[in-house]
Design a protein. Sequence first.
Lengths: 301, 281
Amino acid sequence: MSNWLPKSAAGRRWLGLAPSYFVIGIFMLVPMIIMGVFSFLEPNPYGGVKPVGSLAAYVKLFFEYDLEDNLVFNPGYLNIILRSFQLSFGATLLCLIFGFPVAYYITLQPENRRNFYIYLITIPFWTNLLIRTFAWIIILGRGGVIETPLLWAGIIEDSLRMMYTDGAIAIGLTYSYLPLMVLPIYASLEKLDFRLLEAASDLYANRFEIMTKVVIPLCKPGIIAGCILVFIPCLGAFIAPNLLGGGKKLMLGSLVQFQFASARNWPFGSALSMLLLSAVVVTLIFYARAARKREVTEGSA
Amino acid sequence: MSDQMQQPSSGRKGKKALPVGHYRGLGSWAVVFFIFLYLPIVVLIFYSFNANRMVMNWGGFGLDWYLKAFQNDDIQQAVWNSLIVATVSTIVATTIATMGALVLARGGSFRGKTVSLGLITLPLMVPEIVTAVAVLIFFSAIHLNWGLGNVIIAHITFCIPFAFMPIRARLEGMDTSLEQAARDLYASPWEAFRFVTVPLLMPGIVAGAMLSFVISMDDFIITLMVGGAGSTTLPVYIYSMIRRGLTPEINAVSTLLLLVSIAIVTAYWILSKKTQQSTVH
Protein backbone atom coordinates (compact mmCIF):
# COMPACT_ATOMS: atom_id res chain seq x y z
CA MET A 1 0.00 0.00 0.00
CA SER A 2 2.79 2.38 0.89
CA ASN A 3 5.10 1.25 -1.91
CA TRP A 4 4.57 4.36 -3.94
CA LEU A 5 5.79 6.60 -1.14
CA PRO A 6 9.36 7.88 -1.42
CA LYS A 7 11.75 5.83 0.69
CA SER A 8 13.79 8.62 2.22
CA ALA A 9 12.47 10.88 5.00
CA ALA A 10 13.38 13.97 2.99
CA GLY A 11 11.46 12.71 -0.01
CA ARG A 12 8.37 12.05 2.03
CA ARG A 13 8.70 15.43 3.69
CA TRP A 14 8.67 17.29 0.40
CA LEU A 15 5.86 15.13 -0.93
CA GLY A 16 3.76 16.18 2.06
CA LEU A 17 4.59 19.84 1.65
CA ALA A 18 4.41 19.94 -2.15
CA PRO A 19 0.63 20.59 -2.38
CA SER A 20 0.84 23.50 0.06
CA TYR A 21 3.79 24.96 -1.82
CA PHE A 22 2.03 24.45 -5.12
CA VAL A 23 -1.27 26.07 -4.14
CA ILE A 24 -0.03 28.96 -1.99
CA GLY A 25 3.05 29.50 -4.14
CA ILE A 26 1.20 29.66 -7.45
CA PHE A 27 -2.05 31.24 -6.34
CA MET A 28 -0.74 33.65 -3.74
CA LEU A 29 2.99 34.31 -3.96
CA VAL A 30 3.24 34.47 -7.76
CA PRO A 31 0.15 36.74 -8.03
CA MET A 32 1.68 39.12 -5.50
CA ILE A 33 4.90 39.25 -7.51
CA ILE A 34 2.91 39.91 -10.70
CA MET A 35 1.04 42.64 -8.86
CA GLY A 36 4.37 44.21 -7.92
CA VAL A 37 5.41 44.14 -11.59
CA PHE A 38 2.07 45.59 -12.69
CA SER A 39 2.55 48.56 -10.41
CA PHE A 40 5.48 49.60 -12.64
CA LEU A 41 3.54 49.38 -15.92
CA GLU A 42 1.27 51.72 -17.83
CA PRO A 43 -2.48 51.37 -17.44
CA ASN A 44 -4.71 50.17 -20.24
CA PRO A 45 -7.80 52.42 -20.44
CA TYR A 46 -10.16 49.42 -20.30
CA GLY A 47 -8.50 47.69 -17.38
CA GLY A 48 -5.35 45.61 -17.47
CA VAL A 49 -1.94 46.98 -18.40
CA LYS A 50 0.25 47.87 -21.34
CA PRO A 51 3.66 46.22 -21.26
CA VAL A 52 5.43 49.57 -20.97
CA GLY A 53 7.51 50.39 -17.91
CA SER A 54 6.37 53.45 -16.01
CA LEU A 55 6.56 55.02 -12.59
CA ALA A 56 3.28 56.84 -13.22
CA ALA A 57 1.39 54.80 -10.63
CA TYR A 58 3.73 55.84 -7.84
CA VAL A 59 3.92 59.43 -9.06
CA LYS A 60 0.13 59.53 -8.95
CA LEU A 61 0.27 58.89 -5.21
CA PHE A 62 1.65 62.38 -4.64
CA PHE A 63 1.26 64.41 -7.84
CA GLU A 64 -1.17 65.17 -10.61
CA TYR A 65 -0.92 66.92 -13.96
CA ASP A 66 -2.56 70.32 -14.16
CA LEU A 67 -4.15 71.78 -17.30
CA GLU A 68 -0.77 72.85 -18.69
CA ASP A 69 0.65 69.38 -18.12
CA ASN A 70 2.80 70.44 -15.20
CA LEU A 71 3.35 68.05 -12.34
CA VAL A 72 1.82 69.56 -9.20
CA PHE A 73 1.56 68.19 -5.71
CA ASN A 74 -1.81 66.56 -5.05
CA PRO A 75 -2.52 65.67 -1.43
CA GLY A 76 -5.80 63.86 -2.27
CA TYR A 77 -4.50 60.30 -2.16
CA LEU A 78 -2.03 61.11 0.58
CA ASN A 79 -4.95 62.31 2.70
CA ILE A 80 -6.79 59.03 2.15
CA ILE A 81 -3.69 57.09 3.14
CA LEU A 82 -3.20 59.30 6.17
CA ARG A 83 -6.84 58.88 7.16
CA SER A 84 -6.51 55.09 6.85
CA PHE A 85 -3.63 55.14 9.30
CA GLN A 86 -5.44 57.51 11.67
CA LEU A 87 -8.65 55.49 11.64
CA SER A 88 -6.78 52.20 12.03
CA PHE A 89 -4.77 53.63 14.89
CA GLY A 90 -7.93 55.02 16.52
CA ALA A 91 -9.78 51.74 16.14
CA THR A 92 -6.81 49.83 17.59
CA LEU A 93 -6.74 52.16 20.58
CA LEU A 94 -10.51 51.82 21.10
CA CYS A 95 -10.20 48.03 20.91
CA LEU A 96 -7.42 48.12 23.52
CA ILE A 97 -9.30 50.40 25.93
CA PHE A 98 -12.49 48.47 25.49
CA GLY A 99 -11.00 44.98 25.30
CA PHE A 100 -8.25 44.91 27.92
CA PRO A 101 -10.48 45.22 31.03
CA VAL A 102 -12.70 42.49 29.61
CA ALA A 103 -9.77 40.14 28.98
CA TYR A 104 -8.67 40.83 32.55
CA TYR A 105 -12.17 40.30 33.90
CA ILE A 106 -12.40 36.92 32.16
CA THR A 107 -9.07 35.86 33.67
CA LEU A 108 -10.52 36.39 37.14
CA GLN A 109 -13.43 34.02 36.51
CA PRO A 110 -13.53 30.28 37.35
CA GLU A 111 -12.33 28.06 34.53
CA ASN A 112 -15.55 26.80 32.93
CA ARG A 113 -17.04 30.27 32.94
CA ARG A 114 -13.84 31.61 31.33
CA ASN A 115 -14.24 29.14 28.46
CA PHE A 116 -17.83 30.20 27.97
CA TYR A 117 -16.87 33.89 27.79
CA ILE A 118 -14.19 33.09 25.24
CA TYR A 119 -16.79 31.21 23.22
CA LEU A 120 -19.07 34.25 23.36
CA ILE A 121 -16.24 36.45 22.08
CA THR A 122 -15.31 34.12 19.22
CA ILE A 123 -18.90 33.74 17.94
CA PRO A 124 -19.15 37.21 16.33
CA PHE A 125 -15.67 36.78 14.91
CA TRP A 126 -16.69 33.70 12.95
CA THR A 127 -19.91 35.18 11.64
CA ASN A 128 -20.06 37.14 8.44
CA LEU A 129 -18.38 40.55 8.71
CA LEU A 130 -20.50 42.06 5.94
CA ILE A 131 -23.70 41.17 7.79
CA ARG A 132 -22.42 42.44 11.12
CA THR A 133 -21.39 45.73 9.56
CA PHE A 134 -24.73 46.01 7.78
CA ALA A 135 -26.41 45.72 11.19
CA TRP A 136 -24.61 48.93 12.22
CA ILE A 137 -26.45 50.79 9.46
CA ILE A 138 -29.70 49.86 11.19
CA ILE A 139 -28.28 50.97 14.53
CA LEU A 140 -26.60 54.23 13.50
CA GLY A 141 -28.65 55.21 10.49
CA ARG A 142 -31.36 57.81 10.08
CA GLY A 143 -34.40 56.55 11.96
CA GLY A 144 -32.31 53.69 13.34
CA VAL A 145 -32.13 51.99 16.70
CA ILE A 146 -30.28 54.83 18.44
CA GLU A 147 -32.08 57.79 16.90
CA THR A 148 -35.70 56.64 17.05
CA PRO A 149 -36.05 56.48 20.86
CA LEU A 150 -34.17 59.77 21.26
CA LEU A 151 -36.41 61.49 18.74
CA TRP A 152 -39.49 59.99 20.32
CA ALA A 153 -38.47 61.15 23.80
CA GLY A 154 -37.78 64.61 22.46
CA ILE A 155 -34.11 64.57 23.49
CA ILE A 156 -33.06 65.35 19.93
CA GLU A 157 -35.07 67.14 17.32
CA ASP A 158 -33.24 66.28 14.14
CA SER A 159 -31.27 63.31 12.84
CA LEU A 160 -27.87 62.92 14.51
CA ARG A 161 -26.30 62.18 11.12
CA MET A 162 -24.04 59.51 12.53
CA MET A 163 -23.76 57.57 9.30
CA TYR A 164 -21.13 58.34 6.67
CA THR A 165 -18.73 59.85 9.17
CA ASP A 166 -15.25 58.90 10.32
CA GLY A 167 -16.80 58.09 13.68
CA ALA A 168 -19.12 55.53 12.11
CA ILE A 169 -16.17 53.92 10.32
CA ALA A 170 -14.17 53.84 13.57
CA ILE A 171 -17.05 52.16 15.40
CA GLY A 172 -17.41 49.64 12.56
CA LEU A 173 -13.70 48.84 12.58
CA THR A 174 -13.58 48.55 16.37
CA TYR A 175 -16.55 46.25 16.30
CA SER A 176 -15.13 44.14 13.46
CA TYR A 177 -11.81 43.34 15.08
CA LEU A 178 -12.47 43.57 18.83
CA PRO A 179 -12.19 39.78 19.34
CA LEU A 180 -8.71 39.87 17.78
CA MET A 181 -7.65 42.22 20.59
CA VAL A 182 -9.24 40.37 23.49
CA LEU A 183 -8.09 36.84 22.60
CA PRO A 184 -4.28 37.37 22.60
CA ILE A 185 -4.45 39.58 25.70
CA TYR A 186 -6.47 36.90 27.45
CA ALA A 187 -3.98 34.23 26.32
CA SER A 188 -1.10 36.09 27.97
CA LEU A 189 -3.10 37.11 31.08
CA GLU A 190 -4.10 33.49 31.58
CA LYS A 191 -0.45 32.63 32.25
CA LEU A 192 -0.14 35.47 34.78
CA ASP A 193 0.93 34.29 38.22
CA PHE A 194 -1.49 36.00 40.60
CA ARG A 195 0.93 35.54 43.50
CA LEU A 196 2.97 38.34 41.94
CA LEU A 197 0.04 40.67 42.50
CA GLU A 198 -0.16 39.62 46.12
CA ALA A 199 3.57 40.18 46.47
CA ALA A 200 3.25 43.67 44.98
CA SER A 201 0.40 44.41 47.36
CA ASP A 202 2.46 43.21 50.33
CA LEU A 203 5.18 45.59 49.20
CA TYR A 204 2.69 48.47 49.49
CA ALA A 205 1.85 48.86 45.82
CA ASN A 206 -1.61 50.34 45.43
CA ARG A 207 -4.18 49.02 42.95
CA PHE A 208 -3.13 51.42 40.26
CA GLU A 209 0.53 50.49 40.61
CA ILE A 210 -0.27 46.78 40.60
CA MET A 211 -2.02 47.26 37.27
CA THR A 212 0.54 49.53 35.63
CA LYS A 213 3.73 48.05 37.07
CA VAL A 214 2.91 44.33 37.34
CA VAL A 215 -0.06 43.23 35.22
CA ILE A 216 0.44 45.38 32.12
CA PRO A 217 4.22 44.81 31.77
CA LEU A 218 3.71 41.04 32.17
CA CYS A 219 1.04 40.80 29.49
CA LYS A 220 2.74 43.22 27.12
CA PRO A 221 3.35 40.48 24.50
CA GLY A 222 -0.39 39.86 24.36
CA ILE A 223 -1.15 43.57 24.10
CA ILE A 224 1.32 44.04 21.25
CA ALA A 225 0.04 40.95 19.43
CA GLY A 226 -3.54 42.16 19.84
CA CYS A 227 -2.71 45.64 18.55
CA ILE A 228 -1.04 44.20 15.45
CA LEU A 229 -3.84 41.73 14.79
CA VAL A 230 -6.32 44.63 14.87
CA PHE A 231 -4.21 47.25 13.11
CA ILE A 232 -3.34 45.21 9.99
CA PRO A 233 -6.87 44.25 8.91
CA CYS A 234 -8.11 47.78 9.76
CA LEU A 235 -5.59 49.25 7.36
CA GLY A 236 -6.88 47.14 4.50
CA ALA A 237 -10.53 47.30 5.53
CA PHE A 238 -13.06 47.54 2.77
CA ILE A 239 -16.45 46.70 4.24
CA ALA A 240 -16.63 49.26 7.08
CA PRO A 241 -15.52 52.29 5.01
CA ASN A 242 -17.73 51.16 2.15
CA LEU A 243 -20.96 50.60 4.10
CA LEU A 244 -20.58 53.02 7.02
CA GLY A 245 -18.52 55.66 5.21
CA GLY A 246 -20.88 55.53 2.27
CA GLY A 247 -18.04 55.05 -0.21
CA LYS A 248 -17.19 58.74 0.10
CA LYS A 249 -14.90 58.54 3.10
CA LEU A 250 -12.41 56.24 1.42
CA MET A 251 -9.74 54.20 3.12
CA LEU A 252 -6.77 52.43 1.56
CA GLY A 253 -8.66 49.14 1.17
CA SER A 254 -11.68 50.70 -0.52
CA LEU A 255 -9.42 52.83 -2.70
CA VAL A 256 -7.67 49.68 -3.95
CA GLN A 257 -11.00 48.01 -4.70
CA PHE A 258 -12.19 51.15 -6.51
CA GLN A 259 -9.15 51.11 -8.83
CA PHE A 260 -10.02 47.62 -10.03
CA ALA A 261 -13.80 47.72 -9.98
CA SER A 262 -14.57 51.19 -11.34
CA ALA A 263 -11.55 53.36 -12.15
CA ARG A 264 -9.85 50.58 -14.12
CA ASN A 265 -6.38 51.81 -13.28
CA TRP A 266 -4.68 48.53 -12.46
CA PRO A 267 -1.13 49.84 -12.04
CA PHE A 268 -2.31 52.46 -9.57
CA GLY A 269 -4.36 49.87 -7.70
CA SER A 270 -1.29 47.60 -7.64
CA ALA A 271 0.89 50.43 -6.37
CA LEU A 272 -1.62 51.11 -3.57
CA SER A 273 -1.65 47.40 -2.72
CA MET A 274 2.14 47.40 -2.59
CA LEU A 275 1.98 50.36 -0.23
CA LEU A 276 -0.50 48.49 1.97
CA LEU A 277 1.65 45.39 1.87
CA SER A 278 4.80 47.31 2.87
CA ALA A 279 2.93 48.88 5.79
CA VAL A 280 2.04 45.35 6.92
CA VAL A 281 5.63 44.14 6.50
CA VAL A 282 6.97 47.11 8.49
CA THR A 283 4.45 46.41 11.27
CA LEU A 284 5.41 42.73 11.35
CA ILE A 285 9.14 43.53 11.42
CA PHE A 286 8.52 45.91 14.30
CA TYR A 287 6.65 43.12 16.06
CA ALA A 288 9.37 40.52 15.43
CA ARG A 289 12.04 42.92 16.72
CA ALA A 290 10.01 43.71 19.83
CA ALA A 291 9.59 39.98 20.44
CA ARG A 292 13.31 39.31 19.96
CA LYS A 293 14.23 42.18 22.28
CA ARG A 294 11.92 40.74 24.90
CA GLU A 295 13.52 37.32 24.53
CA VAL A 296 16.99 38.82 25.00
CA THR A 297 16.04 40.81 28.10
CA GLU A 298 14.22 37.87 29.60
CA GLY A 299 17.16 35.60 28.85
CA SER A 300 19.60 37.88 30.65
CA ALA A 301 17.32 38.45 33.62
CA MET B 1 -2.55 26.99 36.96
CA SER B 2 -5.87 26.46 38.69
CA ASP B 3 -4.32 26.84 42.17
CA GLN B 4 -3.12 30.27 41.23
CA MET B 5 -6.57 31.16 40.06
CA GLN B 6 -8.22 29.98 43.23
CA GLN B 7 -6.71 32.63 45.46
CA PRO B 8 -8.29 35.71 43.98
CA SER B 9 -11.55 34.00 43.12
CA SER B 10 -12.01 32.43 46.57
CA GLY B 11 -11.70 35.88 48.09
CA ARG B 12 -14.48 37.17 45.87
CA LYS B 13 -17.19 36.39 48.41
CA GLY B 14 -16.20 39.17 50.80
CA LYS B 15 -17.76 42.02 48.84
CA LYS B 16 -16.66 44.84 51.13
CA ALA B 17 -12.88 44.67 50.73
CA LEU B 18 -11.96 44.02 47.11
CA PRO B 19 -9.26 41.31 46.93
CA VAL B 20 -5.90 42.07 45.37
CA GLY B 21 -6.07 42.24 41.59
CA HIS B 22 -9.79 43.00 41.50
CA TYR B 23 -11.11 46.32 40.35
CA ARG B 24 -14.43 48.03 40.78
CA GLY B 25 -16.53 48.33 37.66
CA LEU B 26 -14.85 45.48 35.79
CA GLY B 27 -18.05 43.45 35.77
CA SER B 28 -20.17 46.31 34.44
CA TRP B 29 -17.51 47.06 31.83
CA ALA B 30 -17.75 43.45 30.68
CA VAL B 31 -21.55 43.70 30.51
CA VAL B 32 -21.29 46.80 28.29
CA PHE B 33 -18.70 44.99 26.18
CA PHE B 34 -20.93 41.99 25.54
CA ILE B 35 -23.92 44.23 24.77
CA PHE B 36 -21.76 46.05 22.20
CA LEU B 37 -20.66 42.71 20.76
CA TYR B 38 -24.14 41.25 20.45
CA LEU B 39 -26.31 44.31 19.84
CA PRO B 40 -25.82 44.26 16.04
CA ILE B 41 -26.59 40.55 15.86
CA VAL B 42 -29.74 40.92 17.95
CA VAL B 43 -30.87 43.98 15.97
CA LEU B 44 -30.26 42.18 12.69
CA ILE B 45 -32.32 39.16 13.71
CA PHE B 46 -35.07 41.30 15.27
CA TYR B 47 -35.57 43.40 12.14
CA SER B 48 -35.72 40.29 9.94
CA PHE B 49 -39.23 39.80 11.33
CA ASN B 50 -40.26 43.27 10.23
CA ALA B 51 -43.30 43.09 7.97
CA ASN B 52 -42.66 46.54 6.53
CA ARG B 53 -40.95 47.13 3.21
CA MET B 54 -38.27 49.34 4.77
CA VAL B 55 -35.88 47.89 7.34
CA MET B 56 -35.91 50.95 9.57
CA ASN B 57 -39.69 51.41 9.81
CA TRP B 58 -41.23 48.81 12.03
CA GLY B 59 -44.40 47.55 10.41
CA GLY B 60 -45.38 44.74 12.72
CA PHE B 61 -44.16 41.21 13.20
CA GLY B 62 -44.17 38.90 10.21
CA LEU B 63 -42.34 36.14 8.40
CA ASP B 64 -43.07 37.69 5.00
CA TRP B 65 -39.47 38.37 4.14
CA TYR B 66 -38.34 34.86 4.96
CA LEU B 67 -40.97 33.54 2.55
CA LYS B 68 -39.87 36.05 -0.05
CA ALA B 69 -36.23 35.08 0.39
CA PHE B 70 -37.05 31.39 -0.01
CA GLN B 71 -38.89 32.12 -3.25
CA ASN B 72 -36.08 34.27 -4.65
CA ASP B 73 -34.32 32.27 -7.39
CA ASP B 74 -31.21 34.45 -7.26
CA ILE B 75 -30.82 33.76 -3.57
CA GLN B 76 -31.22 30.04 -4.15
CA GLN B 77 -28.57 30.14 -6.85
CA ALA B 78 -26.26 32.13 -4.56
CA VAL B 79 -26.77 29.64 -1.74
CA TRP B 80 -25.94 26.77 -4.10
CA ASN B 81 -22.80 28.54 -5.30
CA SER B 82 -21.73 29.24 -1.71
CA LEU B 83 -22.28 25.62 -0.71
CA ILE B 84 -20.41 24.24 -3.73
CA VAL B 85 -17.47 26.61 -3.22
CA ALA B 86 -17.30 26.00 0.54
CA THR B 87 -17.59 22.21 0.24
CA VAL B 88 -14.99 21.76 -2.50
CA SER B 89 -12.58 24.28 -0.93
CA THR B 90 -12.93 22.66 2.48
CA ILE B 91 -12.22 19.15 1.19
CA VAL B 92 -9.19 20.17 -0.87
CA ALA B 93 -7.78 22.65 1.67
CA THR B 94 -8.17 20.22 4.58
CA THR B 95 -6.40 17.44 2.64
CA ILE B 96 -3.52 19.72 1.71
CA ALA B 97 -3.32 21.14 5.23
CA THR B 98 -3.30 17.68 6.80
CA MET B 99 -0.36 16.60 4.63
CA GLY B 100 1.53 19.78 5.46
CA ALA B 101 0.75 19.53 9.17
CA LEU B 102 1.96 15.91 9.32
CA VAL B 103 5.31 16.95 7.90
CA LEU B 104 5.68 20.11 9.97
CA ALA B 105 4.56 18.59 13.27
CA ARG B 106 6.11 15.14 12.90
CA GLY B 107 8.95 15.53 10.42
CA GLY B 108 11.46 16.65 13.04
CA SER B 109 13.48 19.75 12.28
CA PHE B 110 14.76 20.21 8.77
CA ARG B 111 16.02 22.96 6.54
CA GLY B 112 13.23 25.11 5.24
CA LYS B 113 10.83 24.33 8.07
CA THR B 114 10.40 27.98 9.10
CA VAL B 115 9.98 29.00 5.47
CA SER B 116 7.35 26.31 4.94
CA LEU B 117 5.47 27.43 8.02
CA GLY B 118 5.66 31.03 6.84
CA LEU B 119 4.34 30.10 3.41
CA ILE B 120 1.39 28.13 4.78
CA THR B 121 0.39 30.96 7.12
CA LEU B 122 1.02 33.65 4.49
CA PRO B 123 -2.68 34.05 3.59
CA LEU B 124 -3.34 35.00 7.22
CA MET B 125 -0.85 37.87 7.15
CA VAL B 126 -1.62 39.51 3.83
CA PRO B 127 -4.61 41.89 3.95
CA GLU B 128 -7.60 40.31 2.23
CA ILE B 129 -8.00 43.09 -0.30
CA VAL B 130 -4.38 42.60 -1.45
CA THR B 131 -4.93 38.85 -1.89
CA ALA B 132 -8.13 39.58 -3.79
CA VAL B 133 -6.48 42.03 -6.16
CA ALA B 134 -3.37 39.88 -6.70
CA VAL B 135 -5.44 36.81 -7.55
CA LEU B 136 -7.66 38.86 -9.86
CA ILE B 137 -4.58 40.13 -11.72
CA PHE B 138 -3.15 36.64 -11.92
CA PHE B 139 -6.30 35.03 -13.32
CA SER B 140 -6.63 37.75 -15.93
CA ALA B 141 -2.93 37.48 -16.85
CA ILE B 142 -3.17 33.74 -17.52
CA HIS B 143 -6.68 34.11 -19.01
CA LEU B 144 -8.24 31.65 -16.62
CA ASN B 145 -12.03 31.84 -16.93
CA TRP B 146 -13.45 28.93 -15.05
CA GLY B 147 -16.22 30.92 -13.38
CA LEU B 148 -16.90 29.25 -10.07
CA GLY B 149 -13.61 27.35 -10.51
CA ASN B 150 -11.66 30.60 -10.12
CA VAL B 151 -13.49 31.34 -6.89
CA ILE B 152 -12.82 27.82 -5.61
CA ILE B 153 -9.08 28.10 -6.33
CA ALA B 154 -8.90 31.39 -4.41
CA HIS B 155 -10.87 29.94 -1.51
CA ILE B 156 -8.68 26.82 -1.29
CA THR B 157 -5.64 29.09 -0.99
CA PHE B 158 -6.84 31.13 1.96
CA CYS B 159 -8.57 28.19 3.67
CA ILE B 160 -5.33 26.18 3.97
CA PRO B 161 -3.95 28.02 7.04
CA PHE B 162 -7.33 27.87 8.81
CA ALA B 163 -7.48 24.10 8.32
CA PHE B 164 -3.79 23.75 9.11
CA MET B 165 -3.76 25.35 12.57
CA PRO B 166 -6.10 23.03 14.50
CA ILE B 167 -4.64 19.95 12.78
CA ARG B 168 -1.10 20.90 13.73
CA ALA B 169 -2.19 21.77 17.28
CA ARG B 170 -3.79 18.34 17.59
CA LEU B 171 -0.71 16.57 16.21
CA GLU B 172 1.58 18.39 18.61
CA GLY B 173 -0.59 17.48 21.57
CA MET B 174 -0.76 13.81 20.49
CA ASP B 175 1.25 11.10 22.17
CA THR B 176 3.35 9.03 19.73
CA SER B 177 3.43 5.98 22.04
CA LEU B 178 0.28 4.44 20.52
CA GLU B 179 1.76 4.60 17.04
CA GLN B 180 4.98 3.07 18.33
CA ALA B 181 3.03 0.31 20.01
CA ALA B 182 1.29 -0.43 16.71
CA ARG B 183 4.66 -0.60 14.95
CA ASP B 184 5.99 -2.92 17.67
CA LEU B 185 3.00 -5.16 17.02
CA TYR B 186 4.07 -5.54 13.38
CA ALA B 187 1.78 -2.95 11.81
CA SER B 188 3.28 -1.60 8.59
CA PRO B 189 3.95 2.14 8.55
CA TRP B 190 0.86 2.57 6.40
CA GLU B 191 -1.31 0.49 8.77
CA ALA B 192 -0.03 2.37 11.80
CA PHE B 193 -0.85 5.62 10.02
CA ARG B 194 -4.24 4.52 8.72
CA PHE B 195 -5.54 2.76 11.82
CA VAL B 196 -3.83 4.67 14.65
CA THR B 197 -2.68 8.12 13.58
CA VAL B 198 -5.65 9.09 11.42
CA PRO B 199 -8.36 8.13 13.97
CA LEU B 200 -6.45 10.00 16.70
CA LEU B 201 -6.02 13.00 14.43
CA MET B 202 -9.66 13.00 13.31
CA PRO B 203 -10.93 15.64 15.80
CA GLY B 204 -8.23 18.02 14.54
CA ILE B 205 -9.12 17.34 10.93
CA VAL B 206 -12.83 17.84 11.59
CA ALA B 207 -12.12 21.09 13.46
CA GLY B 208 -9.91 22.33 10.63
CA ALA B 209 -12.56 21.43 8.06
CA MET B 210 -15.23 23.28 10.05
CA LEU B 211 -13.14 26.42 10.26
CA SER B 212 -12.39 26.41 6.55
CA PHE B 213 -16.03 25.84 5.74
CA VAL B 214 -17.10 28.83 7.85
CA ILE B 215 -14.31 31.02 6.47
CA SER B 216 -15.21 30.09 2.90
CA MET B 217 -18.96 30.57 3.44
CA ASP B 218 -18.36 34.01 4.95
CA ASP B 219 -15.75 35.31 2.54
CA PHE B 220 -16.85 38.39 0.73
CA ILE B 221 -14.03 40.58 -0.57
CA ILE B 222 -12.03 37.93 -2.41
CA THR B 223 -15.16 36.44 -3.99
CA LEU B 224 -16.39 39.91 -4.97
CA MET B 225 -13.15 40.65 -6.83
CA VAL B 226 -12.41 37.22 -8.30
CA GLY B 227 -15.90 35.96 -9.09
CA GLY B 228 -17.44 37.11 -12.32
CA ALA B 229 -21.08 37.17 -13.32
CA GLY B 230 -22.71 33.83 -12.62
CA SER B 231 -20.42 32.97 -9.71
CA THR B 232 -22.22 35.09 -7.13
CA THR B 233 -22.03 33.61 -3.64
CA LEU B 234 -24.42 34.46 -0.84
CA PRO B 235 -22.33 37.23 0.83
CA VAL B 236 -21.74 38.87 -2.58
CA TYR B 237 -25.46 38.69 -3.28
CA ILE B 238 -26.24 40.20 0.11
CA TYR B 239 -23.85 43.04 -0.72
CA SER B 240 -25.68 43.74 -3.97
CA MET B 241 -28.97 43.72 -2.06
CA ILE B 242 -27.60 46.30 0.41
CA ARG B 243 -26.56 48.51 -2.50
CA ARG B 244 -30.02 48.30 -4.05
CA GLY B 245 -31.90 49.38 -0.93
CA LEU B 246 -32.49 48.20 2.58
CA THR B 247 -35.35 45.73 2.81
CA PRO B 248 -35.86 43.22 5.61
CA GLU B 249 -35.15 40.51 3.03
CA ILE B 250 -31.45 41.24 3.63
CA ASN B 251 -32.00 40.64 7.33
CA ALA B 252 -33.86 37.40 6.69
CA VAL B 253 -31.11 35.95 4.46
CA SER B 254 -28.39 37.26 6.78
CA THR B 255 -30.06 35.70 9.80
CA LEU B 256 -30.04 32.31 8.11
CA LEU B 257 -26.36 32.63 7.17
CA LEU B 258 -25.61 33.80 10.70
CA LEU B 259 -27.32 30.79 12.23
CA VAL B 260 -25.34 28.39 10.01
CA SER B 261 -22.05 29.98 11.15
CA ILE B 262 -23.08 29.98 14.81
CA ALA B 263 -24.16 26.33 14.60
CA ILE B 264 -20.83 25.26 13.06
CA VAL B 265 -18.72 27.28 15.50
CA THR B 266 -20.71 25.91 18.43
CA ALA B 267 -20.18 22.36 17.16
CA TYR B 268 -16.47 23.17 16.81
CA TRP B 269 -16.37 24.53 20.35
CA ILE B 270 -18.07 21.46 21.83
CA LEU B 271 -15.81 19.19 19.80
CA SER B 272 -12.61 20.94 20.88
CA LYS B 273 -13.77 20.88 24.50
CA LYS B 274 -14.31 17.13 24.23
CA THR B 275 -10.92 16.53 22.66
CA GLN B 276 -9.30 18.62 25.35
CA GLN B 277 -10.85 16.35 27.94
CA SER B 278 -9.91 13.20 26.07
CA THR B 279 -6.26 14.25 25.79
CA VAL B 280 -6.14 15.18 29.48
CA HIS B 281 -7.46 11.85 30.74
